[in-house]
Design a protein around this ligand. Structure first.
Ligand SMILES: [Zn+2]
Length: 378
């Protein structure tokens, strides 16, 4: 497979199959955006929920097409179907268990998966019962056949930014923090719903020494990122792609007059200096128009400038993706090698919401040896 003689030591880029074997870390993944289509069909039948198709492959295509359509209504309709079938304890346990299994099968060793408890009470479950069901599902799905965990899953509780329940959900996150909930998030339409609307929840979490990330700078620009960091105190930024608006790169130009140097505005410089993690989701950003294409995604420049960039999936079902596939697309677009992929992975592990000693144990005991093995084989 490779030439280890040292002669003609041509570096070959990592393939999708090889990337699947790498020990990866995922920080931004939505539980209601990653269901298996066969499971949606099963659960819909039990609940009498009507779907656009009863065939798993057709349904997968429908989800991807609706998300690709550029229509917000069609995109939101996809979540009506996934959330719609996640309204009982059994359904939540199954979906969470399969999520953990699918991520482990993709080689993810640590994941933070988020969901909004307030969206799962149509069947009569209380918020606590919703959280307990999802935690139980992650517990079941993380165990391998020998009972030993194949993956560690931390849960993030999300509040919907157009609703007014963020303080309640923040309290729920603190209540369950010793049994698997590792942080809090707000999600939903950015425009018109600035993060400062939920200041009470963020200030409460800060007083409780709790961690949180905020979806910011995806559809909406710098003010949203600025508020998330400087008003709300976010530990991480969900997406944060628009930070690129605060960076100017001088053109090299055909006559070579420019130097191609990047100049950072004060906010971009602050984000980089403070090592604020950016949870970037390349395919999802292209689907929502936050980036024109993978090749033109700001991740290329931000990685070059050593921002604390991490790579994520967002909604695996809607984007028809996996963490390995996101990495493979970046390898294709930017020519990233194993060192780049390890850098993204270590960035993500450093930025996780579990305790420092546990992050370090995963970096030194799992991630570095795993990548070293793959690099040696390449
Ligand atoms: Zn998201």
């Amino acid at each position: 497979m490779s030439d280890r003689s040292g002669v003609g030591n041509v570096s070959r880029l990592p393939s999708l199959q090889e990337i699947r074997k790498a020990p990866k870390v995922l920080l931004h993944d939505h539980l209601d955006g990653g269901l298996r289509t066969a499971t949606i069909i099963d659960l819909a039948r039990e609940r009498g929920h009507v779907l656009p198709s009863g065939d798993p492959d057709n349904l997968a295509d429908w989800f991807r097409d609706a998300s690709d359509s550029g229509s917000l209504d069609r995109y939101l309709e996809t979540f009506a179907h996934t959330v719609g079938v996640m309204q009982s304890r059994e359904a939540l346990i199954r979906v969470a268990a399969e999520c953990a299994q699918d991520l482990a099968d993709d080689g993810v060793v640590y994941a933070e998966v988020r969901f909004a408890p307030e969206q799962h009470s149509e069947g009569g479950l209380t918020l606590d019962e919703v959280v307990e069901a999802v935690l139980e599902g992650f517990r079941q799905g993380s165990a391998g056949p020998d009972g030993r965990p194949r993956i560690r899953v931390g849960t993030l509780l999300t509040a919907m930014r157009h609703q007014a329940r963020s303080r309640e959900i923040a309290e729920l996150a603190v209540r369950y923090r010793d049994v698997g909930v590792v942080g809090f998030d707000i999600a939903g339409a950015e425009a018109g719903y600035p993060p400062t609307r939920h200041l009470d929840a963020f200030e409460y979490l800060q007083r409780e020494n709790a961690h949180f990330t905020i979806h910011a700078g995806e559809a909406f620009g710098l003010p949203s990122i600025w508020q998330a960091i400087q008003w709300c105190g976010a530990d991480r930024l969900g997406h944060g792609v628009r930070i690129i608006d605060d960076i100017t790169v001088s053109d090299i130009g055909p006559d070579g007059a420019g130097d191609g140097e990047a100049k950072l505005g004060r906010l971009a410089a602050y984000v980089r200096d403070k090592r604020i993690p950016l949870e970037m989701c390349p395919t999802s950003n292209v689907q929502t128009g936050a980036a024109p294409s993978i090749a033109e995604h700001p991740i290329g420049l931000l990685r070059r400038l050593y921002f604390r960039v991490t790579v994520n999936t967002d909604n695996r079902l809607m984007s028809g993706t996996s963490l390995s596939l996101e990495f493979a697309k970046l390898v294709e677009a930017f020519g990233y090698d194993w060192d780049d992929l390890q850098w993204f992975t270590v960035n993500a592990m450093k930025s996780a919401f579990i305790p420092f000693d546990e992050r370090l144990a995963l970096i030194n005991g799992v991630i570095k040896p795993g990548f070293a093995h793959l690099k040696w084989q390449a």
